[in-house]
Design a protein around this ligand. Structure first.
Ligand SMILES: Nc1ncnc2c1ncn2[C@@H]1O[C@H](COP(=O)(O)OP(=O)(O)OP(=O)(O)O)[C@@H](O)[C@H]1O
Length: 260
């Protein structure tokens, strides 16, 4: 069994913060698994995903992504970055650009640097982008500007952009918290389905235990920067889940976008 993510005794504090955002975190995610990070606002989910994406430095401990250690002192190389894709809650798309152009942006990390600067896709880049649009059911939107799309359609574009990158690991930070419940389930069905079909690992964060249970094989509960449980979905315990949200925030209070 290969490992997509391996973290051992990892701690991180934002500069100037009076307490760590991640404290003594250890985690192992086998390749091909779909894992949900569950926890209240401030639990450290975004920080953990950003760290795995190579965007945070000066942490302590050990971490490997797709079998290679990440360095707390240097950002990852361009090639390494291309192997993991990130899906943001707020989509992070170029609003005034077309859907196809946004999806092609996912190819930039796979192009030689000069071609990427010129933004000149090859026929094979176009083929990969069109396949990603097709997988996400949005081929008919290819020429539409992103600023004319609904939230659910935008998140499909963001997933297609990520797939165009051909990542082996997909990190998704609350990918459905801006969507209504029906759309949220649709998008997680799509995300975990296309990732599974391509053999990619998915690590997604969520405030919603029901969605985590439905779409992940394993649930990692976080609270106050620590991992408090890490269980197969069948072993998820209601009390332990509710505990994640104590201190003024209850599970039922945690709606589509969180309580802060
Ligand atoms: N850029 C930052 N600078 C300083 N502190 C930060 C920064 N980003 C997050 N934090 C702090 O780090 C801790 C973990 O935050 P993080 O955003 O990772 O939690 P989260 O579980 O993703 O929360 P949410 O569900 O609201 O996104 C919190 O105490 C937060 O206030």
């Amino acid at each position: 069994m290969t490992t997509a993510v391996e973290i051992d005794d990892l701690s991180f504090a934002y500069p100037g913060a009076d307490r760590p955002a991640l404290e003594r975190v250890s985690l192992m995610v086998p390749a091909g698994e779909s894992v949900a990070l569950l926890g209240a606002s401030g639990a450290g989910k975004t920080t953990l995903l950003a760290l795995l994406d190579g965007r945070l430095l000066a942490w302590r401990g050990r971490a490997s992504v797709l079998g290679a250690p990440i360095d707390p002192d240097h950002p990852p190389s361009r090639d390494r970055r291309a192997d993991s894709g990130f899906i943001f809650q707020e989509f992070a798309l170029v609003e005034r650009s077309t859907v196809l152009r946004n999806v092609l942006n996912g190819r930039l990390g796979r192009m030689p640097p000069l071609r990427a600067v010129l933004g000149a896709p090859t026929p094979s880049d176009l083929e990969v982008a069109r396949a990603a649009l097709d997988d996400c059911g949005i081929s008919d939107l290819a020429d539409r500007r992103v600023d004319s799309l609904s939230g659910g359609q935008r998140q499909r574009v963001a997933i297609a952009r990520c797939l165009a990158q051909e990542p082996r690991l997909i990190l998704a930070d609350e990918p459905v918290s801006n969507l209504d419940p029906a759309r949220a389930a649709e998008i997680l069905t799509l995300l975990t389905g296309v990732a599974g079909a391509r053999g990619a690992t998915v690590l997604f964060s969520s405030h919603q235990p029901d969605l985590a249970r439905r779409f992940a094989q394993r649930i990692v509960g976080m609270r106050g920067g620590r991992i408090v449980f890490d269980v197969p979905v069948a072993e998820l315990n209601e009390d332990a889940t509710a505990d994640l949200y104590r201190d003024g925030v209850s599970v039922s209070d945690v709606g589509l976008r969180a309580v802060t």
